[in-house]
Design a protein around this ligand. Structure first.
Ligand SMILES: Cc1cc2nc3c(=O)[nH]c(=O)nc-3n(C[C@H](O)[C@H](O)[C@H](O)COP(=O)(O)OP(=O)(O)OC[C@H]3O[C@@H](n4cnc5c(N)ncnc54)[C@H](O)[C@@H]3O)c2cc1C
Length: 130
């Protein structure tokens, strides 16, 4: 960020994108509480004129799965907790990928999914024996 500022970039916070027009992005100004949590928006909009608009899609954990599924526990980052065998805190439910590790890559998600599939097979075979 400091380097970008040296290059002349200006950072503006507390804005929410409303839409993008031919002139550039249109923002609403966020109203924050004392903990910097967005609690609403000021009336009116601000059209920012821009030659180009870059959409940067951020990634954040979604913890709805955890909140709505009995037995699934998540970390404070909203990610699913799994043990060494890739099993979640709910018996017989396994997980892999971004929901466990947070944002990574497709290759990493596939690698973890293969390990998890093997762990699931082991789990099912052991249960079949007993
Ligand atoms: C904008 C962006 C660009 C990226 N670019 C790259 C890139 O160039 N190269 C790269 O390697 N990686 C890239 N990634 C990361 C890559 O997409 C992820 O690491 C990868 O997709 C993780 O795979 P996954 O199977 O864990 O999760 P996902 O691919 O997210 O799959 C999870 C699936 O579960 C579904 N789902 C969620 N909740 C439920 C539910 N309750 N019930 C049923 N289904 C549900 C979702 O709809 C989704 O289809 C990018 C990610 C983003 C956001």
């Amino acid at each position: 960020m400091a380097y970008a500022e040296l290059d002349g970039a200006e950072f503006v916070f507390g804005k929410a994108i409303e839409r993008i027009t031919e002139k550039g992005p249109v923002f609403k100004t966020s109203v924050l509480d004392e903990n910097n949590k967005v609690i609403g928006y000021e009336e009116g909009e601000e059209q920012v004129e821009a030659d180009s608009t870059i959409i940067a899609i951020s990634q954040g954990p979604r913890n709805r799965l955890i909140r709505t599924t009995v037995g699934l526990e998540g970390s404070d980052k909203g990610l699913l907790i799994v043990d060494d065998s890739h099993m979640t805190t709910r018996e017989g439910v396994f997980a892999a990928g971004d929901v466990v590790t947070g944002s990574k890559t497709v290759v990493h998600a596939v690698e973890e999914a293969k390990k998890t599939a093997r762990a699931m097979i082991r789990y099912m075979e052991e249960r079949k024996k007993s």
